[in-house]
Design a protein around this ligand. Structure first.
Ligand SMILES: Nc1ncnc2c1ncn2[C@@H]1O[C@H](COP(=O)(O)OP(=O)(O)OP(=O)(O)O)[C@@H](O)[C@H]1O
Ligand SMILES: [Mg+2]
Length: 157
């Protein structure tokens, strides 16, 4: 499976990368977002949402309590945060699985723990803080669709 490493110098560069990825996703794609508290998962999701066409006046907040937020855009967007989720039974109760792989694009913070329930996952993105502004991003393909997205990103750097 392909992996792509990116050196993101600051938040503007993260916004640019989020916009770029938003240009390559299609309905049904799920992207898992990993990285320590405050790494920038929600920040990435915010720029991704705006690039996807979510109303710029719409606040894109952390789905820490609701667990899943949904936005209208060029492609409907689901933004989830599974940090507080206890076990797989709770993910079934959330009803997220039924929504994946269909009409929406999904960004799932802290989703790796539940990757089996979230399939088909296209990509896993890990954000590692280097300093206050710099982030190291690692994208790993988790399906043929993920491979396709990574190939497209490589071909249009
Ligand atoms: N290059 C960057 N990319 C993303 N965020 C950055 C960057 N540089 C600085 N930041 C700042 O880092 C913080 C990231 O916080 P954010 O809530 O997005 O993290 P998170 O990974 O979602 O955390 P949590 O695990 O608590 O949900 C924000 O305050 C953001 O402004
Ligand atoms: Mg977050």
């Amino acid at each position: 499976m392909q992996t792509l490493h990116l050196d993101i110098s600051d938040e503007d560069a993260m916004a640019a990368f989020a916009a770029k990825l938003a240009g390559h996703v299609a309905p049904g794609d799920t992207v898992i977002l990993e990285g320590t508290l405050g790494a920038g998962k929600t920040t990435f999701a915010r720029y991704f949402a705006w690039a996807l066409g979510v109303d710029p006046d719409e606040p894109i907040t952390s789905p820490t309590f609701a667990l899943v937020h949904e936005y209208e855009a060029r492609i409907p967007l689901l933004h989830a945060d599974l940090y507080r989720l206890g076990d797989t039974r709770e993910i079934h109760e959330l009803g997220l699985e039924e929504r994946l792989g269909r009409d929406a694009v999904a960004l799932v913070e802290w989703g790796a723990r539940f990757a089996d329930e979230l399939h088909p996952v296209a990509l896993e993105m890990v954000i590692e803080p280097v300093d206050d502004d710099r982030r190291r991003v690692t994208l790993s393909a988790r399906s043929a669709r993920g491979e396709e997205i990574l190939r497209a990103l490589r071909e249009n750097p």
